[in-house]
Write a new protein. Structure first.
Length: 463
């Protein structure tokens, strides 16, 4: 019986193809990523392969390339079947890797079976030759693949910007509705006062005033209903935006891992075959991808800070501080830093989220004090204006207080990237977590003398 290998990380897609192929008398084998499929194919070569492109572990492009490099698989007909890579350049790259067909999902069953039978009917030489691929060709494939992924990234980012614009529009509409409601309330209060005075003067106008009051109440109810609907719509858009951000980070990480992997392969195979400028270009690719990964992780943390459910508990902050400091010292054992940690500092908070707050603040203190040979980092709590205030203090680079308003704005940084690395998202995440705990956060600093970040927490947390 003819054996066909199907590769797709979507279970529904796998099931539909398995049913279709089985109904036409073929034996269907399945795998959820390129690595798994390559192992199956090498163990027992199939008669034909149908593969998706965007998959975890090993994507379709890499899987096809590995098949064409393997003597026992290079003559097996290969079909790309994708719903994500839909442009002419994507098809060109697929065919250049040795694929026989490039199909877009979905295909009509009859058409799909016609193509399968057509490829199976083509005689294959079966020479078992060992295809070779030079370093330059690998680099060209990597460049084409990177360009394809970049186009997808640009489209994703454009969609995100459009969603942000829609959200901003909804926020403006809500503000307008609130202003309208406030104006109506003020107008109603003026009318009630006027009607009350008229009642005292003339009981004969009582029925008319009652009717007007009822009409005003109906107007308030109508406006309240409009405000509720707009609020629900805005909340829905927020949920959609959070889901979209999560999907973007998920969709981007797999291609970025592929780019890093391919860059490593090219570096290893071409290290002694090309001049230093090519290796420098590969290094730039790797650094850029790592930077993008950091931004994606920061954006995901920012999204989770707004959407994660709160589970308040009594948390020992002093213990958390010591655990984080221990990890920092293990990562850079050469540094000499004096730590002053207050004992027994506790708080009512969500443990994972408040841990994220402390981790961000301590990492910043560690980073911005690294040029000080007598670095000192302090954690404690104090009573200020009848509030319990927590703080993290360092004697590092500090900053000019005239720029303090930018501290908690996403992607706003007070130091250059070449001075101190970072994404500009950490303090924005910290502020969101603190606000969800009903607290507030602020900072005091001087240039070259260090900075102190203060924050408060409240039992009235906002889920």
């Amino acid at each position: 019986m003819t054996r066909i290998l199907i590769v797709d990380d979507n279970e529904q897609n796998l099931y539909m193809l398995e049913v279709l192929l089985s109904a036409h008398g073929f034996q269907a084998l399945s795998a959820t990523n390129g690595a798994e499929a390559l192992a199956l194919a090498q163990a027992s070569p199939p008669d034909l392969i149908i593969s998706d492109i965007l998959m975890p572990v090993m994507d379709g492009y890499a899987f096809c390339r590995e098949c064409k490099k393997t003597a026992q698989l290079n003559d097996v007909p290969f079909i790309f079947y994708t719903a994500t890579f839909t442009e002419a350049e994507d098809e060109k790259l697929a065919l250049s890797l040795g694929a026989d067909r490039f199909l877009l999902k979905p295909q009509e069953p009859d058409e799909m079976m016609r193509i399968v039978r057509e490829l199976l009917a083509v005689p294959r030489p079966g020479t078992g030759r060992e295809p070779s691929e030079k370093g330059q060709e690998q680099a060209e494939h990597l460049q084409k693949y990177g360009e394809a992924l970049f186009r997808k990234l640009e489209k994703r980012m454009a969609d995100l910007k459009q969603a942000n614009r829609a959200l901003e529009h909804e926020i403006e509409e809500r503000k307008k509705a609130e202003l309208e409601l406030q104006q109506v309330n003020r107008t109603l209060e003026e009318r009630v006062a006027e009607r009350t005075a008229l009642l005292a003067a003339a009981n004969g106008q009582l029925q008319e005033e009652v009717q007007r009051s009822r009409q005003a109440q109906n107007e308030i109810a109508l406006l309240n209903d409009v405000l509720v609907r707009r609020t629900e719509s805005l909340e829905g858009l927020n949920r959609e935006l959070e889901a979209f951000s999560s999907a973007v980070t998920h969709d981007l990480q797999a291609p970025l891992r592929s780019i890093i992997g391919y860059a490593g392969i090219v570096r290893e195979e071409c290290e002694n075959a090309v001049d230093g400028s090519v290796l420098e270009y590969i290094g730039r690719i790797e650094r850029s991808v790592n930077r993008m990964n950091e931004l994606i992780e920061a954006l995901r943390d920012l999204s989770q800070a707004s959407s994660a459910a709160l589970h308040p508990d009594t948390v020992n902050l002093s213990t958390i501080v010591r655990e984080i400091i221990s990890a920092l010292q293990e990562a850079d054992s050469e540094r000499r830093v004096t730590f002053v940690i207050a004992d027994g500092v506790t708080a009512e908070a969500d443990r994972p989220l408040i841990t994220s707050v402390i981790d961000n603040l301590l990492n910043n203190a560690w980073k911005y004090s690294r040029r000080n040979e007598t670095a000192r980092i302090e954690f404690g709590a104090l009573e200020k204006d009848q509030e319990h205030v927590y703080f993290v203090r360092d004697n590092g680079a500090g900053f000019d207080m005239k720029y303090a308003s930018k501290l908690f704005t996403p992607f706003q940084r007070l130091h250059r990237q070449d001075e101190f690395e970072g994404t500009g998202v950490g303090l924005a995440t910290v502020q969101r977590i603190i606000h969800r705990h009903g607290g507030r956060i602020w900072a005091e600093a001087k240039v070259a003398e260090g900075a102190t970040f203060y924050f408060t927490l409240s039992r009235a947390m906002h889920g």
